[in-house]
Design a protein around this ligand. Structure first.
Ligand code: UDP
Ligand code: MG
Length: 322
């Protein structure tokens, strides 16, 4: 088996109108870098002709491979499958909608040559995103930074290059709720960012509706922080403290024999405490559900078909693959 210098792994979900330009620009960049390469497309259960298109690329050029999932497993799983299947010494991961410009790869490759194990692309500016997305992303990344021990860089997506040691380490992380930008920070080694202006998606619509984005943000928070769980403790302390003060007030009123009706106060406390308790139970539920998912130990994804690869489809690409 020939091992290319670099593999580029791309998750694809209904991106048929972007694939021609993507494939062309990628190959141009990789050829110019004068290294041996392979491109691994992972079709995440597209309903358009994405897989047919990438399979056609793969049949034309042995350096291109196309994997198809048995259904939609999500962006983070498709990315994982791409890294698992990659045979290159260095592995790059990037989106297929041209928001991660292939041209940046040459600059990122230089950093790997300098000895960095993880080179991530850091967006200095984002074009064509709604003010809402920009603001929520801004707040989220800063919150995450404060609440975690892992040094997750801010304003960084999944566009990155990993050297051999980072790739080997990443493949050993088999958790189910994956926040890949955090996981690649967790592996450590020498890491560096390269700044770029993130262009708008070339064609088509975002495949990340608000619902998926919220889930993803929660996965990030819960996989790298226990702060939400500990919040219950702090809330408990705070509420107990005020309750204690109020008990003194109530006792004083009782001693002074001032008879207050007190219905309003009672309602306020009952509602407040009910709200706090339900919120805390909800937080517990978020963690519990994730524990349940992990305990089931299902494979992360299923590959239905592979074109241009070596072997027949395997249920979960061998993770011991060097
Ligand atoms: N994607 C995927 N599976 C999904 C959703 C998205 O493989 O369920 C891919 C998609 O084709 C793209 C990348 O993940 O290559 C990022 O998605 P998108 O550009 O829609 O996200 P955004 O940039 O809007 O956050
Ligand atoms: Mg995008």
């Amino acid at each position: 088996m020939i091992r290319p210098d670099i593999s580029v792994a791309l998750p694809v979900f209904n991106e048929v109108e972007n694939l021609d330009e993507l494939n062309e620009r990628l190959q141009r960049v990789l050829n110019a870098a004068s290294r041996t390469w392979e491109i691994v497309y992972v079709d995440d259960g597209s309903s358009d002709a994405s897989f047919e298109k990438m399979a056609a690329f793969a049949r034309q050029d042995p350096r291109v491979r196309a994997l198809r999932f048995s259904r939609n497993f999500g962006h983070q799983m498709a990315l994982t499958a791409g890294v698992d299947a990659a045979r290159g010494r260095i592995v790059a991961v990037m989106d297929a909608d041209l928001q991660d410009p292939p041209e940046l790869l040459s600059e990122m490759l230089k950093k790997v040559d300098e000895g960095y194990e993880v080179v991530y692309a850091q967006r200095s500016k984002r074009e064509g995103e709604s003010a809402f997305k920009l603001w929520t992303a801004h707040v989220f990344y800063r919150l995450l930074k404060r609440w975690t021990n892992v040094d997750i860089p801010v304003d960084v997506g999944d566009f990155r290059l990993m050297g051999p040691r980072a790739v080997a380490a990443f493949r050993r992380l088999r958790e189910r709720h994956r926040f890949i930008r955090g996981m690649t920070a967790w592996v450590g080694f020498r890491q560096v960012g390269v700044e770029y202006v993130r262009p708008a998606r070339a064609r088509g619509e975002t495949k990340y509706p608000l619902r998926k984005m919220l889930r993803f943000a929660l996965d990030g928070l819960t996989s790298f922080s226990h702060v939400p769980l500990q919040l219950a403790t702090w809330l408990g302390f705070a509420v107990s403290f005020f309750a204690f003060l109020y008990i003194l007030v109530v006792l004083a009123l009782w001693i002074l024999k001032i008879n207050v009706p007190g219905w309003t106060t009672l309602m306020v406390f009952v509602l407040l405490l009910g709200g706090v308790q339900l919120t805390v139970i909800g937080v517990l539920g978020e963690y519990l559900g994730r524990i349940y998912d992990e305990v089931k130990g299902r494979p992360l994804y299923l590959v239905a078909e592979e074109v241009g690869g070596i072997t027949a489809p395997s249920p979960d690409v061998d993770v011991t693959l060097e």
